[in-house]
Design a protein around this ligand. Structure first.
Ligand SMILES: C[S@@+](CC[C@H](N)C(=O)[O-])C[C@H]1O[C@@H](n2cnc3c(N)ncnc32)[C@H](O)[C@@H]1O
Length: 261
């Protein structure tokens, strides 16, 4: 057995040890971490939709990858020169990501941290590029999360979420009169379905919005949608106005007010 065979044997052993995998990483020796992924070659096929919208060279850019999982997007952005902070609240995925970073030789370009999305409210910095993909529907407090994410966006946000089948969007009226609540039943009114038990076998899938609801939530959080380079994917920038919800955000994240009775 040659040295190459021994190294590949070690890679194969670690892939099994660190399973199950959600990201199908293509490793330098040709092996893959989730070759039988039910969605196909995931998330390579999604990255192909996003990649042309980002500069080939992002040297000097700071990048935040929220819910990084095994690090697929972090590694792609590190290869383009970005300096990446990759966070996830699940140690299982962070272990995969840290190991993969060493296999790719990208440890110096990607820092992994066990942090939840709501912890970001207490991280006092913004990033040139923020990725917030595949996380929103796992959260019980999606608007709070978007308000927090907005503060981290110094340049561009790449956002993706699960959606339900959608109708053509309508322009939001300035007001819905109380006696005209029928309007809310129109198919094109923004909707987000709440899932009490489980969706697609995952009890952490709480919300399934339609596309007009996603777009309305992004706007409502003070984010401007610039483009949609693929299904369920949005490129956004922070709107120039101050957050319309600063007070509630500060209160919800305990950055303001102590309660005295
Ligand atoms: C569906 S995967 C998406 C992974 C990756 N962002 C992508 O788009 O391929 C969701 C990831 O978000 C992480 N996650 C879920 N809730 C989170 C939270 N509250 N804070 C941080 N990460 C979270 C999960 O552990 C998981 O790695």
């Amino acid at each position: 057995m040659g040295v190459g065979d021994a190294a590949s044997g070690e890679v194969a052993r670690r892939i099994v040890e660190l399973a199950p995998w959600f990201h199908n990483l293509h490793l330098p020796d040709g092996s893959q971490t989730a070759p039988d992924h039910p969605l196909g070659d995931f998330p390579s096929f999604k990255w192909k939709q996003i990649a042309p919208s980002l500069p080939d060279d992002i040297s000097g850019w700071s990048v935040l990858d929220i819910g990084c999982n095994a690090g697929f997007y972090s590694f792609e952005l590190a290869r383009r020169g970005g300096s990446v902070l990759a966070i996830d609240h699940d140690e299982h995925y962070l272990n995969q990501a840290r190991w993969a970073a060493s296999v790719f030789g990208l440890e110096d370009r990607v820092e992994f941290a066990r942090l939840g999305i709501y912890d970001l409210a207490h991280l006092d910095r913004s990033f040139d590029l923020v990725l917030f993909m595949g996380v929103l529907y796992h959260l019980r407090h999606p608007l709070l999360a978007l308000d927090i994410v907005r503060e981290k966006v110094g340049g561009m946000l790449v956002f993706q979420t699960l959606t339900m089948p959608s109708h053509e969007a309508i322009a939001p009226p300035d007001d819905v009169p109380f006696e005209e609540r029928e309007l809310l039943l129109r198919p094109e009114w923004p909707k987000m379905a709440f899932v009490e038990r489980s969706f697609a076998g995952d009890p952490t899938n709480w919300w399934v919005p339609d596309s007009s609801c996603v777009e309305a939530m992004l706007r409502s959080a003070g984010l401007e949608i610039e483009a949609s380079p693929g299904h369920e994917i949005y490129l956004c920038r922070r709107a120039a106005d101050a957050s319309p919800h600063q007070q509630e955000l500060d209160a919800a994240t305990r950055r303001s007010t102590s309660v005295s009775r």
